[in-house]
Ligand binder design. Structure first.
Ligand code: TRP
Length: 460
C-alpha cells in the first residue's frame, strides 16, 4: 500500500500524522463548540477525531441513555498514556454514560502469554485501583473479564459469520502465516464492544469507545459487522430526507414476506410496513412514501441528522421481530503523548513514561532527563525561546498535569519568549506532577478496600 497508512494495532510504532489518519480513514473532526462541558483533552485538541460522536452528543442533549466501553490489557503496568482514556471515560460518565470496562485477559493470554490468574491479579492491582483513584464512579461502572463473560465469547463466535478472511486481510494486512490468535482477538473485541447492548447488559443504546488511533481497525471491523446484521438500513434519500430499506436475509425473509420461491407476500409485507411506520411514529413525521414491493420507506421530511434516532427506532423493531438490533459503536480518538525521551512512550522502556506508582524521586529524575525544547545555551534560549511542540515538560503539563488553560497559556508564552528556561519549565512540571501523583496515591489509599464495588457480578 503506497501513499496510504495501514494502522496495525499490534505494532510498537504508530503513525502520528493525525490529519492524514483522520482523512484516510474518514474520521470526523471534533468541534469543541458542540461539546457540553468540554474537558481539557477536548479543549486542547488532544481528543482530535471521532466516528458518530454526534449520536452520543444527541443522547446527552435529550438525556437518553448511552454507554461507554473501554478495555485494558492486563499484562503491563499502568502509566500516564493509559490515564488519558480514563479521563475521557470519566468525562462521559459525568455526562450521563454508564461504563463497561473489559479486562482483555483472553487477548493477553493468547497474544502475550499472560495467565488468566496473573491477568486478574494485575488488572485489579494495577488498573482497577488506579481507575478508582482517577475518579470513576463505581455506581455506574462495571468491570468484567473476557474469560468469564460467556455472552462476549458467544458474540465473538457468532459475529464471525459477518466477516471473512479477505476483510481481515484488508483491515489488518493479515497473510497466510498470521497467527490465528490475531483473528480471534479482534472478534472477541467486537464482542466486547457490541455486548453492552444486549438486554442483560443494559439493552439497546449507543455505545462510545474512546481509544487511541491504533485501535481504529477494531472499530471499523465492529461497525461493519453491526451494519451487516441490520434488518433495516437507514440512509440519506437522493431527493432529500431519508430512506429506510429492508435488508432481506436468511434469518428474516419469512418475516419480511419473501417466500422460498422469491415472491413477496403482500399481506405480510404490508404488515411489516405498518410496524415500521409505528416504530418511527415518535419522530413525528407527517409524510411517508412506502414502496412495500421494493422494500423501501421514504421519509422526505426527515433530516440526515435524524438518522441515528430513526435507526434506534428501527433497531428496536428489529429486536421485537427477532433480530439482534445492534447500534454501530461510536468512537473518539486521542493523540498519543510523546515519550519522555522524545520518541514513543512504551511500558517496556520505563524511561519513556511515568508509571502511576512511580515515586516522586523517580518521576523527578525522569523529568530532569526528559527531552527538552529548550535551546543549547541560556543566551540562545533567551534570544530564540523554547519549542513547546518538542518539550516533554510542556507537553506533560498540557496532556496531564496543568488543568488550568490560562496558566498553561501563560507558561507557553513565557517559555516561547525565552523568559522561562528549560530547567524552570521542568521544575514547574515536577511540581505539578508531584501534586498529581500525591493526590493519586492518597485516593488509592481511600479506595484500597473498596475495589470490588467496580467489578461486575460475574467478575467477583
Ligand atoms: N486490544 C486492546 C488493547 O490492546 C484491549 C481491548 C480489548 C479493548 N477489548 C477492548 C480496548 C475493547 C477497547 C475496547 O489495549
Amino acid at each position: 500500500m503506497d501513499n496510504s497508512t495501514r494502522i496495525d494495532p499490534w505494532a510498537s510504532q504508530q503513525s502520528t500524522d493525525y490529519a492524514r489518519i483522520r482523512d484516510q480513514f474518514g474520521l470526523g473532526s471534533i468541534d469543541v463548540s458542540r461539546i457540553p462541558n468540554p474537558s481539557m483533552l477536548h479543549r486542547r485538541g488532544i481528543v482530535f477525531a471521532h466516528r458518530d460522536l454526534d449520536v452520543v452528543l444527541g443522547c446527552m442533549k435529550r438525556s437518553e441513555p448511552f454507554g461507554v466501553l473501554t478495555g485494558l490489557m492486563p499484562s503491563g503496568k499502568m502509566h500516564l498514556g493509559h490515564s488519558m482514556v480514563i479521563d475521557q471515560v470519566r468525562w462521559f460518565q459525568e455526562q450521563g454514560a454508564d461504563i463497561t470496562v473489559t479486562v482483555a485477559d483472553l487477548e493477553a493470554l493468547a497474544t502475550r502469554g499472560t495467565s488468566l490468574a496473573k491477568g486478574r491479579e494485575n488488572a485489579i492491582t494495577e488498573y482497577v485501583h488506579n481507575y478508582a483513584a482517577l475518579g470513576l464512579d463505581p455506581d455506574s461502572t462495571n468491570i468484567y473479564f473476557q474469560s468469564s463473560r460467556s455472552a462476549v465469547q458467544r458474540l465473538a463466535f457468532t459475529l464471525g459469520k459477518r466477516t471473512n478472511l479477505s476483510e481481515f486481510e484488508s483491515i489488518y494486512g493479515f497473510k497466510g502465516d498470521t497467527n490465528l490468535a490475531h483473528v480471534q482477538a479482534p472478534l472477541i473485541q467486537a464482542g466486547d464492544i457490541i455486548h453492552p447492548q444486549l438486554e442483560e447488559f443494559g439493552g439497546l443504546r449507543p455505545i462510545v469507545v474512546p481509544v487511541g488511533v491504533d485501535q481504529d481497525p477494531h472499530l471499523r471491523l465492529t461497525r461493519g459487522i453491526a451494519g451487516k446484521t441490520h434488518w433495516f438500513n437507514v440512509k440519506p434519500r437522493k431527493n432529500g430526507g431519508i430512506t429506510v430499506a429492508l435488508s432481506v436475509q436468511d434469518s428474516n425473509q419469512e418475516i419480511f414476506g419473501v417466500s422460498p420461491n422469491g415472491r413477496v407476500d403482500r399481506a405480510t409485507r404490508d404488515d411489516i410496513f405498518e410496524k415500521l411506520k409505528t416504530s418511527i411514529a415518535p419522530m413525528g413525521y407527517s409524510d411517508y412514501i412506502p414502496n412495500p414491493k421494493h422494500g423501501t420507506l421514504d421519509i422526505p421530511g426527515a433530516k440526515v441528522a435524524d438518522i441515528a434516532q430513526v435507526r434506534m427506532c428501527v433497531l428496536s423493531l428489529e429486536r421485537q421481530l427477532g433480530g439482534m438490533g445492534l447500534m454501530p459503536p461510536c468512537s473518539t480518538y486521542h493523540r498519543f503523548a510523546i515519550g519522555m525521551t522524545g520518541d514513543k512512550m512504551s511500558s517496556s522502556r520505563p524511561e519513556t513514561t511515568i508509571f502511576m506508582d512511580d515515586s516522586i524521586e523517580s518521576m523527578t529524575k525522569k523529568v530532569k532527563k526528559a527531552h527538552s525544547g529548550g535551546q543549547p545555551t541560556v543566551e540562545e534560549h533567551r534570544m530564540h525561546g523554547g519549542d513547546c511542540s518538542k518539550d516533554v515538560a510542556f507537553q506533560y503539563l498540557q496532556f496531564f498535569f496543568e488543568s488550568d488553560d490560562a496558566e498553561l497559556t501563560r507558561i507557553a508564552r513565557e517559555y516561547e519568549s525565552g523568559r522561562l528556561l528549560a530547567g524552570e519549565i521542568k521544575q514547574i512540571c515536577i511540581d505539578r506532577a508531584t501534586e498529581w501523583l500525591t493526590d493519586l496515591s492518597d485516593k488509592k489509599d481511600m479506595w484500597a478496600d473498596r475495589l470490588d464495588e467496580f467489578l461486575a457480578p460475574d467478575a467477583l
